[in-house]
Design a binder for this molecule. Structure first.
Ligand code: HEC
Ligand code: HEC
Ligand code: HEC
Ligand code: HEC
Length: 200
């Protein structure tokens, strides 16, 4: 499972490039769940907020909003970011793909995949870790996944593991200082309450 998620994440940009250059490529199977992941629409974190802000749901939106991930785009305007940029000949990190690739969701997705509510200033969002939400955000789909009736992969919902974190938390980050998956996951934990799951 880990290997699958990793290769999927690494393949995503390649798939996307393939889709923009030739959308009718014979190699692309429309019913392949991996392709559905690649071409689902980014709907933005405010869309997830609608259902994931209540105590009953586990308040995922509020937890994320308070986290460093929600500030990842703003961070690229900090003095530290400007200094790092300067060393690399980058004037504005908020416009540089070299920085945006890990500091916002969907940075290299084709325009048609960015929904009306997509907003890069939201930084590293739900969709950075769980995949673009266009095919899984409906209530019945979401409940079906939690009840175990729908395979999340078929609608592009990623259950993130360490490999997903390491697509950004790695040596290519100019400020990288190691990554302890267990400890860092605990810092951003946002589980669904057991009683909510049981009531579904
Ligand atoms: C799309 C890239 C991306 C992914 C995927 C990602 N992160 Fe991050 N993460 C960042 C960035 C960028 C920051 C720094 C944001 C800032 O300080 O403005 C960060 C910061 C953090 C922080 C705050 C502490 C610190 O080191 O500054 C924690 C904790 C964290 N990430 C945990 C995780 C975990 C756990 C996962 C996987 C489940 C994960 N991240 C996946 C990009 C990512
Ligand atoms: C940095 C990566 C990251 C971000 C950002 C993130 N999540 Fe998660 N999320 C995870 C991980 C890791 C898990 C635990 C593995 C799992 O159950 O999928 C998880 C689990 C969940 C769960 C299921 C918990 C359970 O008990 O089964 C929900 C619901 C969820 N996330 C919603 C959200 C929403 C909504 C947002 C944005 C407001 C968000 N997540 C942002 C990484 C992330
Ligand atoms: C229309 C309401 C709605 C929207 C919008 C929505 N969700 Fe959900 N989501 C739910 C419900 C309902 C569940 C089932 C658990 C519960 O009752 O809280 C769920 C469950 C989940 C789970 C856990 C799946 C599992 O493995 O059990 C994740 C992860 C998740 N949502 C992420 C997201 C993300 C990311 C977004 C935005 C891109 C989003 N959701 C938007 C209603 C929604
Ligand atoms: C490979 C992914 C990746 C790339 C590329 C990347 N970052 Fe980051 N950045 C992260 C992660 C992950 C964190 C949080 C943990 C860490 O410092 O490694 C972070 C944190 C930061 C921080 C906050 C550090 C602190 O100590 O407060 C700044 C500032 C920053 N990045 C600037 C930049 C700039 C400027 C660029 C482009 C030149 C860039 N980053 C490119 C992943 C990346």
């Amino acid at each position: 499972m880990k290997k699958l998620t990793l290769s999927l994440t690494l393949l995503l940009p390649i798939l996307l490039v393939g889709l923009t250059t030739s959308s009718k490529s014979p190699a692309v199977q429309q019913d392949d769940p991996h392709v559905r992941v690649a071409d689902a629409e980014y709907i933005g974190a405010t869309r997830c907020r609608t259902c994931h802000r209540t105590e009953k749901s586990g308040g995922q939106f509020g937890i994320w909003e308070e986290s460093a991930h929600a500030k990842a785009f703003a961070t690229l305007a900090s003095e530290k970011a400007l200094a790092i940029g300067k060393e690399k000949g980058i004037d504005n990190p908020q416009e540089a793909p070299e920085c945006l690739q890990c500091h916002v969701a969907g940075y290299d997705a084709p325009a048609e995949q960015l929904g009306a509510k997509y907003d890069k200033t939201e930084g590293v969002t739900c969709e950075s870790c769980h995949g673009p939400g266009g095919d899984y955000y409906k209530k019945s789909t979401m409940e079906g996944i939690t009840k175990g009736e729908i395979d999340p992969a078929t609608v592009g919902l990623i259950k993130p593991d360490e490999a997903v974190c390491r697509t950004c938390h790695n040596e290519n980050s100019p400020t990288f200082d190691g990554f302890d998956f267990e400890a860092r996951s605990a810092e951003i934990a946002h589980p669904i309450p057991e009683e909510t799951k049981a009531a579904l």
